[in-house]
Design a protein around this ligand. Structure first.
Ligand code: HEM
Length: 358
């Protein structure tokens, strides 16, 4: 397991550590009650380029980079702000308490990624439930593959339709490219849809929880909205919702004075790297004024998050809008009763009951 900031960056930057999930078997090096130890590698899935190595990885990723550049995302910014404001309007019409996950944190990134990809938002109940099932930690490979199969079955139908009759969206643009198979298109769609809504939704909900638990920090953001972009980096660092990633050593590699033997599975903890006291002073404190640039929550190296600019825009608009529109926002239950996603591969809260005075 690699935990130090520098060592984590080194491993993620070194392509001798493979991302192929068919190469590695995860040997959990310590007893975790309730955690099954995997004994077989997962199968490789076409199109799922997060689990591919160069040059195959680049062949697929390159087709998408144009759609996710800073410039293209800037063009989307006003639209994202509009989505956020509409969702906040809806929330304001409800009588508190409400579940912030249900009324805000999940809808915002789901609406944005659906529109970008050309996935009907009306189908959200199905894909949100299947995504959640896929991310459950304590399940057999068969159960995980069943959730995967349900979601990809749905998406395969969608990409076949788009290939026949392309529209004005990202999946249609990909479907127009004849050298991509339906299986590859489906894998790409799966990755974008899952990564595009689950991570940001968890950041919005858990980030709000963190701000409500640190009222001084929330007050600073309300008083100085210019702090919001920096606060997003700090919340990303502090919360590290996507913590654990795996790599597989394709040859002997030295890291931090230790030799990692060829064939070993390496567990990379982004959370530990983000809390490394050698890199971030007082790492366990949430401080929206600190310079948290360089936080590793979007990863590092060739797989560094493709959607990071999109995620940032959603979080900036989301936190800024929520704090401005709900100046008296508060937890509606004791903090200890908020159901945490300790059982899921992406951390967050299952629900966040909040209230406000009207
Ligand atoms: C706050 C939200 C997000 C977090 C914390 C996050 C985190 C990450 C991390 C850590 C990786 C690297 C994985 C690895 O090295 O194996 C990654 C990759 C990726 N992310 Fe995100 N992400 C977020 C939002 C998004 C969004 C909004 C999208 C939208 C499409 C997205 C799409 C992707 C894709 C496609 C990859 C794979 C890139 C590759 O393998 O080349 N992510 N993300």
């Amino acid at each position: 397991m690699v935990t130090g900031y520098d060592a984590v960056r080194q491993v993620l930057a070194d392509t001798r550590f493979s991302s192929r999930q068919d190469l590695g078997v995860v040997h959990v090096p310590y007893e975790t009650p309730g955690m099954p130890v995997a004994t077989e590698p997962s199968p490789q899935v076409p199109g799922l380029f997060i689990t591919m190595d160069p040059p195959d990885h680049g062949r697929l990723r390159r087709r998408l980079t144009g759609a996710f550049t800073v410039k293209r995302m800037k063009q989307l910014e006003q639209h994202i702000v509009d989505v956020v404001e509409r969702q906040l309007d809806e929330m304001a019409r409800l009588a508190p308490p409400v579940d912030l996950v249900e009324v805000f944190a999940l809808p915002v990134p789901s609406l944005v990624i659906c529109e970008l990809l050309g996935v009907p938002y009306a189908d959200r109940a199905g894909f949100q439930a299947d995504s959640a099932k896929f991310l459950v930690k304590d399940q057999s490979l068969d159960e995980k593959m069943a959730a995967f199969g349900a979601l990809t079955g749905y998406l395969a139908g969608l990409v076949v339709d788009k290939r026949a009759e392309p529209g004005d969206d990202l999946l249609s643009d990909l479907a127009r490219q004849d050298d991509l198979t339906v299986e590859e298109l489906t894998g790409i769609a799966f990755l974008l849809l899952l990564a595009g809504h689950e991570t940001t939704a968890n950041m919005l909900a858990l980030g709000t929880f963190a701000l409500l638990e640190n009222p001084g920090q929330a007050a600073a953001l309300r008083a100085e909205p210019d702090l919001v972009p920096g606060a997003v980096e700090e919340l990303m660092r502090y919360l590290s919702v996507a913590d654990i990633f795996y790599r597989y050593a394709t040859e002997d590699v030295e890291v931090g004075g230790e030799t990692i033997r060829q064939g070993s599975t390496v567990v990379v903890s982004l959370l530990a790297a983000n809390r490394d006291p050698l890199r971030f002073g007082e790492p366990d404190a949430l401080d929206v004024r600190r310079n948290a640039r360089g936080q590793l929550s979007f990863g590092h190296g060739v797989h560094q998050c493709l959607g990071q600019q999109l995620g940032r825009l959603e979080m900036r608009a989301g936190f800024a809008g929520l704090l401005r529109r709900f100046p008296t926002l508060a937890l509606a239950v004791p903090a200890g009763e908020v159901p945490l996603k300790s059982d899921m591969n992406i951390y967050g809260v299952h629900a966040l009951p909040v209230t406000w005075s009207e």
